[in-house]
Design a protein. Sequence first.
Length: 228
Amino acid sequence: MSYKILIIEDEESLRNTLKLNLELEHYHVETCSNGKDAINAVKLFYPDLILLDIMMPTISGIDVYKEVRNKGINTPIIFLTAKNAVYDKIEGLKLGADDYITKPFDLEELLLRINIALKRNIVKSIHSDIFKFGNCEINFLTFQINTVDGKEETLSKREMAFLKMLVDNLNNVVSRDEILDKLWTKDESPSSRTIDNYILNFRKLFESNPKEPVHFLSLRGVGYKFCA
């Protein structure tokens, strides 16, 4: 899976340079040149991370940040700031921005900060009641999900427990024996095929192409793995 990054930057040359270099790192990148269009871009693109310039005409990056958060969007945001904009950096961090980087910046440093912010967000999501990946969402409290198609559905208690087990073991294999032991009683006598059916259903709900899954993976003879 390629992480999606939205660049909101009014300086065209910098915007294009960032887009090119991030795409070379296999990120899926969209750009926006002003704060006015930024909110719609966030809602349409479902980015995993936003690079947000503070000094923009008409609507500042600070105001864009506030609007994004007011709409309940918790995507990690890294501010791009001018070297002498100390007040803006402090203001952004007070609001709760995930990070900031000062222009002109080193590309390697920016890539490192992006990687750290993405990993931090995954860890934070795992330990919360709501887990988001791509444009999908799992609410472990209400048993409700938002599918890859944007539909809302309610899962069973066992389906949600299975999802929770996979998410808690992000990028690690969970064996068939462990799944059967934790989710079914001995009296129920489930088979390995039972687990396969659950995985197939998860793929229909969360995978863009269920026949070529990138999130719910089966390892023959070993178990299953969830990747975000």
